[in-house]
Structure formats: C-alpha cells, structure tokens
Design a protein around this ligand. Structure first.
Ligand code: ADP
Ligand code: MG
Length: 356
C-alpha cells in the first residue's frame, strides 16, 4: 500500500531525513518511534504531499505523491502535529468546510454524522472549537482526517499534550480505527506505540535504525541479558569465583551496598544460561546469595541502546547484525521502569534529543 524508497529531505544544510526506505502493507498499524527532532513529522509531511522531498520517492497504492498527488492524497487522512483547526467555527461548520475542501463523493450529512459518532464528538457538535478541551480538539482533528473514508491514516503525535484519561480515549479510538484502516502513528512515547502498533519503526537523526515487531526487537537483543547479583564476600574473592564459571563473558563490579557483600553484573556468553552454575559455584564456596536476577531489557532500554549506538555511528542491529565489543561496553546500562499501567503514560517519555 505504501512504498517509501531512499527518501531524503534537506533543510538548507541540514539533512533531516537520510535515505529512508520502508513499505507498509494494507491493514498494518505501524508506529514511528523516535526522539524529538528525529524526522518523524518531516517524513509524514512528505508522505502526505505537504512538503517537497529532496530525493527518493513515495507512493500510495502505486500513485506517486509527486506525479499523482490527487490520487495519492485521496487515500490518506492526515492528522498533522498541529491540527489545522479553525477555532472560530463550530465542529459541524468545520467538518462541513473540510468536506467541501476534500471534494468527497459520499453524501455530506450522513457521512459526517457517521464520523462524528465514530470519534464520539456528537455531544460537542455545535460547540465552537475554541471552547473545546484539547482531547476533544484532537478528536475533531481525527474526524477531519476520516472525511472521505481514506484507507490510510497518518497521525502525527496524536496524544501529545493530552491528560492520561484523554490519552486512553484517543488510544482506544486509534485501536478501533486500526481494525479497518492502515495506520501510521508517530510518538516519542514508547508505551503508546507498544500499546497500539504491531510494528515499530525506530527513527533517529533522520535514519531508520530498527524496523520490527516489539516482540522481535526485544528478542533480538535478548542475548544481552545480564545478571545482577548481590553475594557475601569481597570484591576480589567473588571476582575469582565468578570468573571460574564457564559461560561468563564479562564481570562488572558495581559496588558494596550492604556490609560484607558485593554487587556484580555478570554478562553471559551468547546463548548461555549460567544461572544454575553461578549459584552452585557460590554455594560450594560457602557464599550466600542475597539477590540474583536477570536484567531483561525493556523497550525503553532497547531504544536508548539503539539511538546511542546510532549516534556513535555504529549499528547495533538492523535485523540481527552481531554487536562488537566496543558497542557492548559503551552501551548505556540504563534502568528505567516502564510502567505498563494505562494512566502512567507520561512517565515513559523519552529523553529529548534535538539534533545538533
Ligand atoms: P520530529 O517530528 O521527529 O520531532 P521533525 O521532522 O520535526 O522531527 O524535524 C527533523 C529535523 O528537521 C529537526 O532537526 C528539525 O529541527 C528540522 N526541521 C524541521 N522542520 C524544519 C524547517 N521547516 N526548517 C528547517 N529545519 C527543520
Ligand atoms: Mg514531530
């Protein structure tokens, strides 16, 4: 349904989108994930014909966005980062206005009323847009995107600036729409993308640095699972014992948080489950394990590793490229609890990463 090939966009000297290619099949719900300034909006603006491209091509249902803009645009409903709302109009006036702009063939009144019911704005239909809450305005923005029944919805940060309750409502609406639309959704919030999208395209500094399902993204890095252990003994003693276990690739002394104990991070060799061996060896040497857990990577950590590696000019993986030693050492061992609770979306915001 969508083919983006070798797309680049230059603003003056600044390459905001750098040789981006991907294709999206009908019915897919895809998330563009990336920090602020990554190039998400630029890509979306180009895909929807609002912005020119420097190189490459975009086609929607085989219609090229430059050569056949009308046909391509007919298939797209777009909610830009800042929805083009005329705030002095009522919701009804605005939607009628947008209908006329889009030259839609469906009968006006029933078509708009159906959308209004679908996005649940019937209760504010005759209110002025300027008097609506941000959540309602965003829904009006989505309603405008739905006019003409486009197959493809492109939604740029649809929940930005909303409160947790509104976020859940918009997210549910997007999930509902995803049942019979192809959707591309951008966000710098991981939990949001994870919640709604089957596939995640991670964008950083204008480049795609990963493109996979959330599950596979985690799996591909699962070799990186390290183990954290707190055990009685001294730094040197425990180092000696742990390094004698085969399957241990690397050991990092973290500190001594309780008297008479040390904390280590153990990195196993690839595909090695060393938990039993570590535990047995320590017990043999009469050491007491006070805590022992594996550090599974959250999507948030994966994201940070990927963007960090990309910023350093190295590539951690795009579909399973083996890592190098230096990347291993340089990778940030960040610990972020990604609450999956619905109301805590705001906490999972990624750090800002403006382009230099
Ligand atoms: P995102 O949507 O991921 O936050 P954008 O696509 O808005 O990122 O921006 C990508 C990069 O392009 C940023 O470095 C931004 O500063 C730059 N940029 C965006 N729009 C313009 C513009 N109109 N003129 C110059 N630079 C721009
Ligand atoms: Mg943006």
């Amino acid at each position: 349904m969508i083919e983006v090939s070798s797309l680049s966009k230059r603003y003056g000297n600044h390459l905001a989108v750098d040789d981006v290619s991907f294709s999206i099949k009908k019915g897919e719900v895809v998330g563009f994930l990336g920090p602020n300034g990554a190039g998400k909006s630029t890509i979306m603006n180009i895909m929807t014909g609002y912005l020119s491209l420097t190189a490459g091509s975009v086609s929607i249902d085989e219609f090229d966005i430059i050569e056949n803009p009308e046909e391509a645009k007919k298939r797209i409903g777009y909610l830009p980062e800042i929805p083009p709302l005329y705030t002095d109009m009522t919701v009804k006036e605005y939607l009628y206005f947008m209908y006329d702009l889009k030259k839609v063939s469906f009968p006006k009144k029933p078509h708009i009323e159906e959308i209004v019911r679908l996005v649940k704005i019937d209760n504010v239909y005759n209110r002025l847009i300027k008097n609506l809450s941000k959540g309602y305005r965003q829904r009006v923005g989505i309603a405008q995107a739905l006019i003409g029944n486009p197959d493809l919805l492109i939604l740029d940060e649809p929940t930005v600036g909303l409160d947790p309750k509104q976020i859940i409502e918009i997210r549910n609406l997007i999930s509902r729409l995803g049942k019979n639309h192809t959707i591309i959704l951008s966000s710098h919030i991981l939990s949001e993308i994870q919640e709604v999208c089957e596939r995640i395209i991670i964008i950083n500094s204008g480049k795609i640095i990963a493109d996979d399902t959330a599950e596979n993204l985690s799996k591909n890095l699962s070799d990186d699972h390290t183990l954290s252990i707190r055990v009685t003994g001294t730094e040197a003693e425990i180092y000696k014992i742990l390094s004698s276990v085969s399957g241990v690739k690397d050991l990092r002394f973290v500190g001594s948080k309780e008297a008479g104990t040390v904390d280590y991070i153990i990195e196993p060799k690839e595909n090695c489950d060393i938990r039993a061996a570590v535990s047995e060896r320590l017990t043999e040497r009469k050491k007491t394990i006070l805590s022992f857990r594996s550090n599974e990577m959250t999507l948030e950590q994966i994201f940070l590793r990927l963007t960090d590696a990309a910023d350093k000019g190295t590539q951690l993986f795009t579909k399973a490229t083996p890592k190098t030693e230096t990347e291993e050492k340089d990778a940030p061992k960040v610990k972020v609890d990604l609450e999956s609770g619905e109301a805590t979306v705001g906490e999972a915001t990624l750090p800002e990463k403006e382009d230099k």
